[in-house]
Write a protein that binds this ligand. Structure first.
Ligand code: M6R
Length: 368
């Protein structure tokens, strides 16, 4: 069942190229236009929505945070991302012009189910992005865009995250196409880039031994920080969550720009800090992250940098560099998260923990 891997998590990390390919499969017509037949929400409604609210928990919420950057950029619709349990118990401004997108691997997370019910009661249309066919969230929503990641068994979500980003990107491009924010050829270019992602994840996986070695050498570490900017920020949050839940180590993710507003006080000699660096082809964004690495390095941090191939600007300030192949900024989470997943899993294994069944956690949280 584990396909020759030591754990389901390992198998599922290796399933990721397929998860992206399968989520893309069959969603374009013969002219290369996106067609999402399963979006059974009237096109007039989809054209008229003036806000999207993503509701989700844990890793699925981080996928929503990534999607926000892309969907706002492509569609010019404001996107809010809210933890489902917070959404449910406040008084959110939602109405028939709001599209609520519920993201869930299991489709059975009670917090998210309650948020879906609440949104529908307020007159919003709810679109589910779920992995499990026929699950409660799929049944209770107005429409479902399935992620085709295949069954995810390990408690720590990996391939579902990658598939959720892929599916929400399809949704964003579809809305952009429908609302005329992007023309067919631009949408086709982004789809081509998404189509290249499976091969790029393979390339990152081919370099995993470097990550594993570093993780094993860090098995006695008690605290790890993660920094990112733009789409690298939710990737940092996800890297920290993986490490907490699998290796039971204090781990925190920050927006790199937030450092000087507080977190930099945590940096002391030898503090390990992962930094997710964007492509140097976005010079302004890139330069900001490089200067953040310099700031923490100057205060003694041990920097573990995730950077694009050929990005030499990081080298003078990095203790370790994990590389990913050149990827457009919005697509980088799909490759840059992979070393963080491998790192967390390997460190947990080195500590002798069960990576598929971390303590105190269930695969799907069916109580509020
Ligand atoms: O099944 P769901 O996607 O709704 O689950 C949401 C979270 O419980 C889940 O992503 C959780 O955070 C994972 N264990 C993280 O690895």
């Amino acid at each position: 069942v584990k396909g020759g891997f030591d754990s389901f998590m390992d198998k599922e990390i290796h399933d990721q190229p397929q998860a992206v390919a399968d989520t893309l499969l069959g969603r374009t017509d013969e002219l290369g236009r996106l067609k999402l037949d399963e979006l059974r929400i009237d096109e007039t409604i989809l054209r008229s929505i003036d806000k999207i609210i993503v509701v989700a928990c844990g890793t699925a919420a981080y996928a929503g945070h990534v999607a926000k950057y892309a969907v706002e950029h492509w569609c010019r619709i404001p996107v809010e991302v809210e933890l489902a349990h917070e959404f449910r118990y406040r008084d959110p401004v939602v109405n028939e012009k709001t599209l609520v997108v519920a993201i869930s691997q299991s489709g059975e997370t009670m917090d998210t189910i309650m948020a879906v019910r609440h949104a529908r009661e307020q007159g919003s249309k709810v679109l589910a992005v779920v992995n499990t066919y026929g699950s409660t969230i799929a049944r209770e929503s107005d429409a479902v865009l399935y992620t085709h990641a295949g069954p995810e068994v390990a408690v720590a979500s990996t391939k579902a995250f990658i598939a959720q980003i892929t599916a929400t990107y399809l949704l964003g491009l579809y809305l952009a196409q429908l609302r005329g924010n992007k023309y067919i050829d631009e949408v086709a270019d982004y789809l081509t880039e998404l189509g290249r992602i499976p091969g790029k994840i393979e390339e990152v996986l081919a370099r995993q031994e470097q990550v594993r070695e570093v993780a094993r050498a860090m098995k006695d570490t008690t605290s790890v920080l993660f920094l990112g900017r733009h789409v690298g920020f939710p990737v940092a949050l996800e890297g920290a969550l993986k490490l907490k839940e699998l290796a039971y180590i204090h781990a925190e993710g920050f927006a790199a720009g937030e450092l000087k507003h507080g977190p930099i006080a945590l940096i002391e000699e030898g503090q390990p800090v992962f930094v997710v660096v964007p492509t140097p082809r976005r010079p302004t964004l890139h330069a900001k992250v490089i200067s953040n690495i310099q700031e923490i390095r100057a205060r003694g941090a041990r920097t573990l940098v995730i950077a694009e191939d050929g990005d030499d600007d990081v080298t003078p300030f990095a203790d370790v560099v994990f590389r990913y192949p050149p990827t457009p900024t919005l697509m980088t989470p799909l490759v840059s998260v992979v070393p963080l997943q491998i790192f967390a899993g390997e460190l947990a294994r080195a500590k002798g923990y069960d990576v598929d069944q971390p303590r105190n956690l269930a695969k799907s949280v069916t109580v509020e």
